[in-house]
Design a binder for this molecule. Sequence first.
Ligand code: OSB
Ligand code: MG
Length: 368
Amino acid sequence: MKIDQISLHLLRMPLKSHFETSFGRIYTRDCILLEVKSGGLAGWGECVADRDPGYSYETSTTAWHILKDFILPAVIGKDIAAPPAIQEHIAFVRGHPMAKGGVEMALWDIYGQQEGKNLRQLLGGERSRVDVGVSVGLQDSPAELVEKVGSFIQQGYRRIKIKIKPGRDVGDAQAVRSAFPGIRLQVDANSAYTLESAAKVLKPLDELDLLLIEQPLADDDIWDHSRLQPHFKTAICLDESIHSRRHARQAIEMQACRIINIKAGRVGGLGEAKAIHDLCFEHNIPVWCGGMLETGVGRAANLALASLHGFRLPGDISATDRYYAEDVTNERFVLNPDSTITVPDQPGLGISINFSALERTELASYQA
Ligand code: OSB
Ligand code: MG
């Protein structure tokens, strides 16, 4: 695959309803789509960095800069045997995994088209549909949260994740659990606690039969999570802290968590995501596919990734209509009655772009 040309598209996608986490509330979702051209084929990738540096230091603006000024000049004209081989050409950029992951995703799309294989087949995934759940943002009151969760259960979601933050944790989770005693429920703190506050304040969560408690402590921490886990029967799951296979290995060695959330963007690409999956499988650590409110482009990649056998918990991969009235792909992803979504089966990512929809949300573009 010789990389002939790359275009960047900065999009601002209006969300159907706002999404609030411990780091803030958003009404629109920014992202960068990349179109890579190679030997007459076009591949698409999504860089999942958001406008604000709340989840990660990477933002759509830092990713734009890193892509335009460093990554694109380093990869244009290069001939790559397989998608992960791009990493050696961009390893000189320290960090910035989401920028790197966007480029690698577009190469997987091209590679699949070239080989006549879909991404699921390229990654070695087995399932044609994957179990999914919904990640529900903080609401203005526990009563509104219960109502919102109820509407998702009505739509057919059988696994619910709620966001928590100090002051809106145990009470919210108890309200949801008592309204829906049988539902598979988990919580995500997005790094809002310290070792001391989490051990004390979150302890009652242990009585709510949760699937997991996601990322209670700092985004750059593994060690304190290893000190927190013994306080809980419930599994701790790491999201923000894991940026590589090496981090995953260290977290497993330290017993910092019993479950890992895998997001290809957070770890620099689908190749590294698969490597983390393989490592976790060897160590009997269940993994699941996290989400970053992706467009149809990133959603297609997440579905293919989640088809791998070690993804043993439902992913944060909801139907298109949970996020966007209009998406930039012609394909819309729908929830099957058994709370699964079907993995795309066409070559590459298996999506096509709705260019007029893309233009309606585009803030800027660049071509190299
Ligand atoms: O922590 O998992 C997270 C969205 C943006 C940033 C971080 C997270 C999330 C979600 C939403 O929880 C998952 C999704 O539905 O895409
Ligand atoms: Mg998370």
